[in-house]
Design a protein around this ligand. Structure first.
Ligand code: NAP
Length: 398
């Protein structure tokens, strides 16, 4: 019988034989990519004696049509109770109500890590010469920075008041016709994100963690993020990790922690991407970086994502693309993004072998030229297949 995932006293996840996993099918092409994803995940799990107790929960347009709410309380409660979940893309409600369902879920469950692994799959068309050199895992802080939502519109009474206050109290001259936004970066928010990145890198034997920041300009936010990262290494990881300055870039058998300014990073990931491995960065940097890296490996359409709270074990694994409404129900689009999010879910559950199987089978399917329309239009001598046929081909390769 399916049971909830729980957390033991030492903070590790306790995964029953058949964990309950709530899923949101997703709007638009969700009806195509979710069944494809589920087919592959179930087959891979079964090969290793696992079973997933899927339960559908509603959100987005489907929820709105059925119960008049975009994000029903039962859905939030299911994610809270069962700790893990997977979701297809959701329509962003236009006008009024919740600004973004994805943001709402992240905030409610305090999913402070946005995890975006980026690697190349042989055969996938890429704009660079050596996409195989890209193998990075981005840890993007998910709760603060300019995403905190503290913004004031130009000309509003609140903006005027704040501009006056800044002039009177701090002597800061801000143009009267400015909109204003706040960029909070806390020690708490930074260190918990960096801790998650370090734990991940150590548990998977990765080579380095790079703190990506813009601290040369924003000293007390981005610069502090960098400083707190090195502080954390000294405080909690000194036996297993070492900062660049403390080892001259020669970490021995320890994990190397280094840092780079965001603009230099964006150059270097094109010129020498193999120097980067696990990345820990602030929210806005992370947004740009994850999509830029995904584009570099031709993987925007198949890039997976996860939003995780590494302390409570809560995690929602999701397709990073939208609902692509014009293809909805056509059995046409690429299920890769949601499928690879399922791989992250399996890894989170500790089902590493099943996760590895899915990746290998996906690689083999693409490598033999069996692809959906989005890849087919950029490749030569390939067989274009439907979403469901692609999933069946991946299962054949398991
Ligand atoms: P989108 O749904 O991501 O679609 C943009 C284009 O990306 C599609 O026209 C298609 O390109 C390509 N694409 C998307 N999914 C694909 C797939 N599975 N396989 C292959 N190609 C795929 O972005 P949008 O049209 O801007 O947004 C539509 C709705 O989705 C909006 O309501 C938006 O708010 C929402 N959205 C949700 C999420 C989320 O839930 N995480 C994220 C982004 C957007 P081609 O037509 O060139 O083939």
């Amino acid at each position: 019988m399916a049971e909830p995932v729980t957390v033991s006293d030492d903070g590790s996840l306790v995964v029953p034989d058949e964990p309950v996993v709530p899923y949101i099918e997703g709007d638009g092409t969700g009806v195509d990519i979710w069944p494809a994803t589920r087919l592959v995940l179930d087959a891979a799990a079964a090969r290793h004696g696992h079973k997933v107790g899927w339960v559908e929960v509603l959100a987005g347009a489907k929820a709105h049509a059925e119960c008049g709410e975009w994000l029903p309380t039962e859905t939030i409660e299911a994610f809270r109770r069962y700790r893990v979940g997977i979701k297809g893309p959701l329509t962003t409600p236009v006008g009024g109500g919740i600004r973004s369902l994805n943001v709402a879920l992240r905030q409610i469950l305090d999913l402070y890590v946005c995890l975006r692994p980026v690697r190349w799959f042989a055969g996938v068309p890429s704009p660079v010469k050596h996409p195989e050199k890209v193998d990075m895992v981005v840890f993007r802080e998910n709760t603060e920075d300019v995403y905190a939502g503290f913004e004031l519109a130009e000309g509003s009474p609140e903006a005027k008041k704040l501009i006056e206050y800044l002039a009177d109290e701090l002597g800061w001259e801000v143009r009267a016709d400015s909109g204003l936004g706040l960029k909070p970066i806390s020690t708490t928010g930074s260190k918990r994100l960096q801790r998650a990145a370090l734990d991940y890198a150590l548990s998977r034997g990765r080579r380095s963690v790079t703190l990506v920041h813009k601290g040369n300009i924003m000293k007390f936010t981005e610069g502090a993020f960098k400083a707190w990262g090195y502080e954390l290494v000294a405080e909690e990881f000194a036996d297993r990790a070492v900062g660049w300055d403390d080892c001259g870039g020669e970490p021995g058998d320890k994990l190397l922690v280094k840092d780079v300014i965001a603009d230099a990073f964006l150059q270097q990931v094109l010129t020498r991407p193999d120097e980067y491995d696990v990345i820990a960065t602030t929210n806005l940097n992370g947004d740009y970086i994850s999509d830029a890296l995904a584009a570099q490996v031709g993987g925007i359409g198949i890039a997976p994502g996860a939003n995780v709270n590494s302390v409570t074990g809560h995690g929602i694994f999701e397709a990073t693309h939208g609902t692509a409404p014009r293809y909805a129900g056509m059995d046409k689009v690429n299920p890769g993004s949601l499928l690879l999010s399922g791989v992250l879910l399996f890894e989170h559950l500790g089902w590493q072998e099943a996760a590895d199987d899915v990746v290998r089978a996906l690689e083999a399917t693409i490598a033999e030229g069996v692809v959906t329309y989005d890849f087919a239009r950029l490749m030569h001598d390939v067989t274009e297949v439907k979403t469901s046929e692609f999933a069946a081909a991946v299962v054949d390769h398991l």
